[in-house]
Design a protein around this ligand. Structure first.
Ligand code: COA
Length: 187
């Protein structure tokens, strides 16, 4: 698919389950602390959550992917939320600063395409802040185009963009499965 940069050796995609709640929590708290403007959530709202809350968060409708290194450390994440009969929303895309520029984002987006097709939803939508040029460039490289400006965030600031990509029919899971260590499951 569209991976442009060489992935670090041993990098693989893992589909998050309830037992991954702690690594999901760590990434979530890290992303909301390090890049608060890129996400709707606020770190103060999640700091007090306990294990049961985090288990529930990864056991709902959103399928979370993690990119992990050879040691199993989670370097980045992306959520895939099915919507209707043919869409998924991509949410909470994040790569740890120490892993940026190395194709982790490429790997996550490619894996999200495989997953979306596996669950029969060929259209992907996402929202991105209009000034997040790094992320927009990444999405454009993967075939996303601007669909519309989304509703303004409650806290103000520039309106986010809605971006969309139609996944090619030819892109079947058999052609390019993520190097997954667990098959995707239903929520
Ligand atoms: C956007 C993001 C997911 C991209 O992930 P990534 O794995 O670094 O993606 P890429 O490897 O394709 O690199 C993207 C860009 O990062 C920049 N980059 C390269 N090395 C970098 C480094 N060491 N540190 C920071 N940025 C770097 C480059 O501009 C590169 O793009 P370019 O080669 O087209 O100029 C990541 O930057 C991130 O998590 N940002 C904060 C959260 C966020 O904005 N999420 C998106 C919400 S919609």
């Amino acid at each position: 698919m569209t991976a442009r940069k060489g992935h670090a050796a041993g990098l693989r995609i893992h589909v998050v389950t309830a037992d991954d709640w702690a690594s999901h929590r760590d990434l979530r708290i890290h992303m909301l602390t390090e890049s608060p403007d890129a996400f709707w959530g606020r770190v103060d709202d999640v700091r007090g959550l306990g294990e049961a809350d985090w288990r529930a968060a990864v056991s709902g409708d959103i399928l979370y992917l993690q990119a992990r290194d050879a040691s199993g450390a989670a370097l980045g994440t992306l959520g895939v939320l099915p919507d209707g009969e043919r869409d998924v929303h991509l949410i909470a895309m994040y790569v740890r600063p120490t892993a940026r520029g190395g194709g982790v984002g490429d790997l996550l987006l490619d894996a999200s395409a495989v997953l979306a097709l596996e669950i029969g939803r060929p259209r992907q939508l996402l929202e991105v802040a209009a000034d997040n040029t790094v992320a927009i460039r990444l999405y454009e490289r993967h075939g996303f185009t601007v669909l519309a400006r989304a509703a303004a965030r409650p806290e103000g600031g520039e309106e986010p963009l809605t971006m969309v990509r139609e996944l090619p029919e030819a892109l079947s899971p058999q052609d390019d499965s993520p190097q997954d260590d667990k098959a995707p499951t239903s929520p």
